[in-house]
Design a binder for this molecule. Structure first.
Ligand code: ATP
Length: 237
């Protein structure tokens, strides 16, 4: 088995007096899609932010490609290729589509900007048609494409997608999962945080279930689906 690309051990973090993560262990290996599931408020976004160095770790460690990045600056985390597409897209509404994409190559892969733009446009032709449009006037689905496109501009080695299907129509959700499959086929490792549990487990090789800031289950997607209690809690069947 290959060495983990992302290796998180005993990770703790929170906000002021609020402790959110209570010792999280999680791994993503090269080329894997790993689903991170859990109910609202379980701590998934806090996990993403802590791994990305946007929230400080209080204990435990985060290693990326063998390097300890627990106390690294978020820019050097991005520089190493650990790139997050945050929940709610967080595009810059008053910048154009092109400017938003260019910002994705600010910290990493700046010299490959032209080639990566072409690649993003080939994945999302709609963005190519709208380069000059203010990002804030794009539809919700287009903004999600833009957020993912911006993430891809930095040539991620691990892409963290936080609730990418939130607010998308069923047709766009299908498209999104098709895209995730395509990126995976190209060898990209993906940590997928999703409410869309059934579809996520179809595409992910392994999954973690977080509750109350700790991992309650980890295993293959097939194992999760075979566990009655988890199936009932997360799939309602
Ligand atoms: P959701 O699926 O609803 O986004 P989540 O699993 O991503 O949930 P988090 O957003 O990580 O959960 O939130 C975990 C806990 O941390 C919640 O109780 C939340 O209220 C709290 N929390 C999140 N951000 C902050 C903050 N900036 N300050 C204080 N508490 C926060």
């Amino acid at each position: 088995m290959s060495a983990p690309l992302l290796q998180v051990q005993g990770l703790r973090s929170g906000y002021g007096a609020v402790e959110v993560l209570r010792g999280v262990d999680l791994e993503v290996r090269p080329g894997e899609i790993v689903a991170l599931l859990g109910s609202n408020g379980a701590g998934k976004t806090t996990f993403n932010h802590t791994v990305s160095a946007l929230v400080a770790a209080r204990a435990g460690s985060v290693r990326f490609d063998g390097r300890d990045i627990t106390r690294a600056h978020y820019r050097s985390v991005v520089g190493a290729g650990l790139i997050q597409v945050p929940e709610g897209r967080r595009i810059f509404p008053n910048l154009s589509v092109l400017e938003n994409l260019e910002l994705g190559s600010f910290t990493r892969a700046r010299h490959h900007r032209a080639a990566n733009l072409e690649r993003v446009f080939s994945i999302f032709p709609r963005l190519k048609e709208r380069t000059r449009q203010m990002a804030g006037t794009m539809s919700g689905g287009e903004q999600q494409m833009l957020a993912i496109g911006r993430g891809l501009m930095g040539e991620p080695r691990l892409l963290i997608l936080d609730e990418p299907s939130l607010g998308l129509s069923p047709l766009l959700v299908e498209e999104l999962f098709g895209l995730i499959g395509r990126l995976h086929a190209e060898g990209l490792a993906i940590l997928l945080v999703e409410q869309n549990v059934a579809q996520s487990l179809e595409i992910a090789q392994r999954a973690y279930v977080m509750e109350n800031g700790a991992i309650q289950f980890s295993g293959s997607s097939a194992e999760l689906l075979a566990t009655d209690r988890l199936r009932q809690a997360y799939l309602g069947v």
